[in-house]
Design a protein around this ligand. Structure first.
Ligand SMILES: Nc1nc2c(ncn2[C@@H]2O[C@H](COP(=O)(O)OP(=O)(O)OP(=O)(O)O)[C@@H](O)[C@H]2O)c(=O)[nH]1
Ligand SMILES: [Mg+2]
Length: 465
């Protein structure tokens, strides 16, 4: 099991964001947490923190050295081990949220014997001290980085331990199978008949299906976590930037009647019906007039190529032109939704021609100017990325690449175990596969994980968490 060499240290960090705010919090965790703060805190009621009960908030001042000058007026919360975030003694000093005050108090705590916490070290301690498993620690990171309400809900479920419980139940079933097999391997006189083999096979299959179910959820999970890349493309002046602004609900991009207004690609994130999207507005230019426009075209193409979904914009108020056709041939093979813009004007474009030139059957009519048809567009975008499914946030959604990789390996091992079993192979080999599958499950929850990987996971956290 991984051991942190400095688990004995008392750690400290500013836990609130850098900048000015009403309050700021400095958090300490470790054996010396209460003693250290006692040395620099003067309570209004003169009571020492060491004499205070757990989960009490104490009003007073953090004093400078020597103790005749106040650094700031504070509230100190004491949370004693093991009922704290880290399962150690935790003290939180809430002071005024100015950076000078926060830094001065932090320095005072450091001078009194605490060590500056590494990124994610509080959560790492919660994991190492057995309060949460690794999936829950990772959920904390997901909550902090959450871009949408939907993903926040999914991460909160994971923090509550829903994934851990599911993995534990699969593990338990597989361990039972493993023990039964090992008994047969070690005591051959207890050999099992075909009925016994069929039962073991059915148990493995059940576990395999559960793993498969988790893997199936990962497509939705990944989308919610990372979002979908949508690129707006179309010839100049069709209204790409206008639509971007409508989708973002803010005038982010410059809109003008001059063709070639957008040159550099514009990237913004947006939430559409609970799903995070990265929206990219591109330059419409097709024939470059100078090096800047050459670069603009290059960038547009790069964005289009890497898009999960392309919104091909056409101006409905004029007939389909060669420029539109050129663009269509460039994006062939990609996931496309045709957006007919300027539908507030008299329609000149022939829809049958579009369908002939473009492989996509998905088409929406909008007016970016009058903000019409946007609802229908959003609906079709969500249907496209969600494949008609509903956003299910109450169950378990796997979103972490590390979990997905381990679950895939676990699935493969179980598959191998099942076919070995049905091919009549010795149980010795089958039980080995089961053991490998269990090890993969354990790597997800952190029961067995190597130091480097653990460091890697926690280094993604911010300091103070
Ligand atoms: N009538 C009408 N005009 C629109 C609509 N959408 C955009 N426009 C106008 O079309 C012109 C071009 O709009 P932009 O959004 O700048 O077009 P673009 O595709 O980003 O153009 P480039 O950046 O040059 O490639 C502007 O004058 C807009 O006001 C619409 O739905 N109806
Ligand atoms: Mg533009």
């Amino acid at each position: 099991m991984y051991q942190l060499k400095s688990l004995e240290d008392t750690i400290v960090a500013i836990s609130t964001a850098n900048g000015q705010a009403g309050i700021g919090i400095i958090r300490l965790s470790g054996i010396q947490a209460v003693t250290i703060v006692d040395g620099i805190f003067l309570a209004k009621n003169k009571k020492k923190l060491s004499a205070c009960k757990s989960f009490t908030v104490n009003y007073g001042w953090i004093m400078a050295y020597p103790l005749d000058k106040v650094i700031d007026e504070v509230l100190v919360t004491v949370m004693r081990a093991p009922k704290s975030y880290t399962k150690e003694d935790v003290v939180e000093i809430s002071c005024h949220g100015g950076i000078v005050s926060l830094r001065a108090i932090l320095q005072r705590v450091l001078d009194s014997g605490a060590r500056l916490a590494e990124p994610g070290e509080f959560t790492k301690r919660a994991f190492l001290n057995g309060r949460i498993d690794l999936t829950q620690a990772e959920a904390v990171l997901d909550i902090i980085q959450s871009k949408t309400d939907t993903f926040l809900q999914v991460s909160t479920n994971q923090l509550k331990g829903e994934l851990s419980i599911e993995l534990e139940s699969i593990r338990e079933a597989l361990t039972k199978v493993y023990i039964e097999m090992e008994a047969v391997v070690n005591f051959p006189e207890d050999d099992i008949d075909s009925k016994g083999r069929a039962k073991l096979s059915a148990d493995i299959e059940k576990a395999k299906q559960k793993v498969e179910g988790l893997l199936k959820s990962s497509e939705q999970g990944r989308i919610l976590k990372e979002g979908i890349k949508i690129v707006l493309c179309g010839k100049p002046n069709v209204g790409k930037s206008s639509l971007l602004n409508v989708l973002l609900k803010q005038p982010r991009a410059i809109v003008s009647a001059i063709a070639g207004t957008t040159r550099d690609t514009i990237e913004e994130t947006a939430q559409i019906r609970g799903i995070p999207f990265q929206l990219i507005d591109t330059a419409g230019i097709l024939e470059p007039r100078d090096v800047i426009e050459e670069e603009a075209i290059k960038r547009s193409h790069m964005s289009i190529k890497s898009a999960d979904l392309v919104l091909l914009m056409l101006d409905a108020s004029c007939p389909l032109e060669q420029e539109d056709r050129d663009l269509m041939s460039k994006i062939k093979g990609q996931n496309i939704i045709v957006v007919l813009n300027k539908c507030d004007l008299k329609q000149q474009i022939e829809e049958s021609q579009i369908q002939k030139s473009c492989m996509s059957e998905k088409m929406v009519k909008v007016s970016a100017l009058e903000k019409k048809g946007v609802d229908a567009l959003e609906k079709i975008i969500v249907e496209e990325v969600w494949h008609g499914k509903t956003v299910e946030v109450h169950g378990i959604l796997i979103s972490n690449v590390r979990h997905i990789t381990a679950l895939k390996k676990c699935f493969e091992s179980l598959d191998k175990a099942r076919s070995s079993l049905s091919n009549g192979l010795s149980l010795e080999f089958v039980s080995e596969d089961i053991k490998v599958a269990v090890n993969y499950l354990d790597s997800i929850t952190g029961r067995n994980i190597d130091t480097d990987l653990l460091d890697n996971i926690f280094s993604q956290f911010c300091i103070g968490k």
